[in-house]
Design a protein around this ligand. Sequence first.
Ligand code: ADP
Ligand code: MG
Length: 597
Amino acid sequence: MPIRVLSPQVASKIAAGEVVERPASVAKELIENAIDAGATEIRVEIRQGGRRLIRVSDNGCGIAAQEATLAFARHATSKITDEADLSHITTLGFRGEALASIAAVSHVTLTSRARGEEAGTLLRLQGGEIVRHEAHGGRTGTTIAVENLFYNTPARLKFLRAEPTEASHIVEMLSAYAMAYPELSLHLIDNGRLVLQTPGNGKLCDVLIKAFDLSVAQQMLEIQVDEPAPADDLAARESQPGHEIPVRVSGYVGGPSLHRASRNYQMLFVNRRWIQDRALSYAVEEAYRTLIPVGRHPVAVLNIRMDPVDVDVNVHPTKREVRFRDPRAVFSAVQRVVRRAVIGQAPVASVASAPTPVLSDEWASRQSYPSPRSAWDMVPNRAQAAMEIQRTADVASPTAQSVPMLERLPMLRVLGQVRQAYVIAEGPDGLYLIDQHAAHERVLYEQLQAEQATMKAPSQALLEPLALEFTPSERSRLDGMMVSLAAFGFDIAPFGGDTYLVRAIPSALKAAQVRAVLAELLEGAGEEADAVPPAQHVLAVIACHSAVRAGQTLTLDEARELIHQLEQTISPYTCPHGRPTMIHLSSLQLEKSFGRR
Ligand code: ADP
Ligand code: MG
């Protein structure tokens, strides 16, 4: 489509506001333009954190010579024409404002040649004014160089951070687009140094290796897409009220042993647009609840696909916020798909069917593996474990394809107890050291959860009610929580002053543990009077206090029973706080350690 200036009516419907906040926002707009132009190769060069220079070159369709100046006009775009187009946007850009806004605060040089045109154009602007315009040779595609950003707006220059910080925002942004568009070959050169390069072979896993690092990428699980195909007929869907809109989620998520201190490793895309959405981030984090440590964040790269009519991208000028027509459907699709990938992609009951590889063959075929880990290592999440097996299998037969599911514990034979804290056991592949407290916590937690699900939390009435004292701040929280604690088997009532009477407690607890459990629950609760801790937290606290402790001697039978119960759990490898329940020394590692290999 030719570039045209939008009518004032359409322009007024576009979310207004400043898009050029910092160098990374300039780079983002330029990348989006290159992608919209159908580029397969994009090269980005930055100097001094992008303040001195941001140059983006693409091999896309180019800008027609007679349209070059128009591209820098406000509300000039080739991507939409009327208001109706705003309701189903399929391009990254549509506002027609980026080039105008960027040109107003920098020195811009455009060179471009449109496909099929004899000559291209060179255009130079300073503070939005054209200072040079001439014919120019060169290959098909577009290069836009933005120099001296904010040279004429010192106030905004002042807000920029140190150069490495601004550069890191650009790297993060480019990594995101590389993940959303794995078929795109991207190069980023920062002060003359190549810092990111993607092969453009269409494989997301190869981009993850480049963007995250091999050791991180190897711990990621591919989401197996088996959602129903989206129904195309909008009218048919709308005639069925309450019917969820079709949402498909693809990508990779980290195994439970992969977690980070920040959420920077969570990349969300909607129809390949990089977005920010607190509710969806929460959906991802929720799926990892009890699997990773509190305060840590999972790694995820998710592309959510849906009909463009079901998502409004015209919310915020930076286009990173979107509004879903059915937010609940999107939230639950994300949570469901992530949880399924993390817990296991095939239900365990169906072992009869051929095992699904947890790893795409992609990973397995990658030749370079990280340096061998130390002998005693955490029992890997399934991805690592499967990789380990795949690796061993590769040695035996290079054609080994399928990877067994390792979601349940292997059969373990208990050998004894070490330091009154760890159960030592032998499995089909070497030795296991199991933390008795963490393992028991996991067992109790899942038992409590099952009881909770049937709505009959076993409660024991105390022969002699416990009179407990609470501090004033504890009291206000306890008052707000008392009713909801009843659902877990507590019967607590005020007894006047600082004192409360506890008449019944969850069967899993002993009376002596009640004060500590309540203290921990109250401590975790928010300041608001009616803040109710999530069920998982209450159950985890109860499980933690009633579980066998380190320092307790277990008989061989008791240890066997514990391991037997752990075998029945859904997530045997981590305690409800996300810490490992065991470490594993494989037969291979044993043999290597003794020099037999
Ligand atoms: P928008 O992307 O919202 O349309 P921009 O101001 O970013 O607005 O760009 C204006 C127009 O310039 C685009 O609609 C497009 O036609 C053209 N354009 C910008 N960058 C490129 C590019 N790299 N390749 C081809 N055309 C481009
Ligand atoms: Mg644009």
